[in-house]
Design a binder for this molecule. Structure first.
Ligand SMILES: Nc1ncnc2c1ncn2[C@@H]1O[C@H](COP(=O)(O)OP(=O)(O)O)[C@@H](O)[C@H]1O
Ligand SMILES: [Mg+2]
Length: 443
């Protein structure tokens, strides 16, 4: 499959930052203690990209006997995190999730301790939001094993989180890219190869747009990809001079950039984009599941009878991908494209859907009556009063259980959905081992 969208996988600059972080990883600090190194910077500034660079560095790999990467995101549930950490290791990969779900905390800790053993490890906790120091101390205790020189690298947008978690003198503050680096990134994403020389007038406007992005690569990428292949100077100017740059929350340029790009979408794509927020944060989806999801909700508009709905969906997917709304593309075989949404893009999409979507976790206490789509990101941790919470939800059209291993609570959540929601239009059990009785399917 050929992509019609540009993929800039190459990281620009960051040599010095990479060197600095690697030095921190080599530093022994207080003997016997695991160092916790926070990297703090605004959303979209490149913390995850830099951490990936470091993580994949050959020297770093040689320096540690065990490497673990876990995306933490908003929910900081210790049991879940321990399971994720276990599953991120070669030794832990073989553990059955259902078995892990049933285990007592003690047992889970035991497995993790055994995997770590006396190895020198590097653990990445990416995108942490938790500012509850008790929770962190609890997890820290479990992690403070392993050989001298083991390190935990934490990325976060919050200085407070960094100070609660870190145990080095000061967190590593990641600034944005330099102006020149941003211009390089912009040029790579906005122009086809070697075309930049043909449009010096556009480049000049582009440089002014870059200035509004405050060095944040995510904002630069979104705007540059919006302008890709557009050659009308007035259009470029309208982006540069947009009122949206005056938005209040414009701390890093990402929100106006997202809003600007979103506003240019035709209505049918706006809706498709908003619906992407249905997937959990940091979820890796393949483009077909997204296309079928849109299809099930009647979001694919065919203009010509002979056009295949899948092809229309593919076109929508490519259009949204070309705007940098998706990232981290991977190809599985030659047919399936896997990708993710950046958490800020996900937040933005979620803000567009108001009360239509709801992800149900152990901390859910209320679900809006107008909810249409229910997501069970981890049905091993559900609220105890789920049955009451699901009462009176008459508009539910979708229930999604992703990659769920069968457990008592996940199966009963599924049974509840099947018995309650008579207008269910889509039930997605992709990758899960849950069971539906045949009579429920009307077979
Ligand atoms: N130095 C860089 N060069 C090119 N692209 C970058 C660079 N840093 C970040 N990006 C891109 O910008 C986007 C946001 O970066 P990310 O690392 O996810 O930010 P954060 O983790 O700080 O929110 C990603 O699409 C990433 O690929
Ligand atoms: Mg990140």
């Amino acid at each position: 499959m050929t992509h019609t969208f540009v993929q800039v996988s190459e990281v620009i600059g960051r040599d010095k930052d990479k060197e600095n972080i690697i030095r921190l990883l080599q530093d022994y600090g207080d003997r016997g203690q695991v160092s916790i190194i926070p990297i703090v910077g605004v959303g979209g500034s490149g913390k995850t990209a830099l951490t990936k660079l470091v993580y994949n560095d050959g020297g770093v790999k040689n320096n540690f006997q065990l490497m673990m990467w876990v995306c933490v995101s908003k929910e900081f549930d210790i049991r879940n995190l321990i399971k994720k950490i276990i599953k991120s290791t070669d030794d832990g990969m073989g553990y059955d999730v259902e078995k892990l779900n049933k285990m007592e905390m003690e047992q889970l800790q035991g497995i993790l301790r055994e995997i770590i053993g006396d190895k020198k490890y590097l653990l990445i906790l990416d995108d942490v939001w938790n500012d509850n120091s008790m929770k962190w101390n609890h997890l820290k205790e479990i992690l403070f094993t392993g050989a001298n020189g083991s390190k935990i690298l934490v990325t976060t947008c919050s200085k407070e989180v960094a100070s609660i978690m870190g145990n080095i003198p000061a967190p590593y503050e990641l600034s944005g890219l330099s102006h020149d680096e941003c211009v390089t990134l912009f040029t790579r994403c906005a122009f086809k190869e070697r075309q930049v020389k043909r449009y010096p007038n556009l480049l000049k406007i582009g440089v002014e747009i870059v200035e509004k992005c405050n060095g944040v690569p995510l904002a630069v990428k979104i705007l540059a990809s919006l302008l890709f292949t557009k050659t009308d100077e007035n259009y470029w100017k309208s982006i540069r001079d947009s009122e949206l740059w005056r938005m209040k929350q414009n701390e890093n340029g990402v929100l106006p950039a997202l809003r600007l790009s979103y506003e240019q979408l035709p209505t049918f794509l706006k809706k498709c984009f908003a619906y992407c927020s249905f997937y959990p944060k940091d979820y890796q989806f393949n483009h077909f599941e997204l296309i079928y999801f849109w299809m099930a909700h009647g979001l694919l508009e065919s203009t010509n009878e002979n056009e295949d709905l899948e092809d229309i969906g593919l076109h929508y997917f490519q259009e949204l991908a070309s705007r940098s709304f998706f990232q981290d593309f991977e190809e599985m075989g030659s047919l399936i494209i896997l990708c993710k949404m950046h958490d800020l893009v996900h937040d933005f999409a979620l803000s567009l859907t108001q009360n239509e979507f709801s992800a149900i976790t152990s901390s859910t206490t209320r679900i809006s009556k107008s909810v249409r789509h229910l997501l069970f990101p981890n049905s091993a941790s559900l609220p105890p009063d789920l049955s009451t919470l699901l009462q009176g939800l008459d508009h539910v059209r979708t229930a999604l259980f992703k990659n769920e291993e069968k457990s008592l609570s996940s199966q009963s959540a599924l049974d509840l959905c099947l018995s309650r929601f008579q207008y269910l239009r889509m039930l997605d059990l992709n990758g899960s081992t849950l069971e539906i009785p045949l009579e429920r399917l009307g077979v």
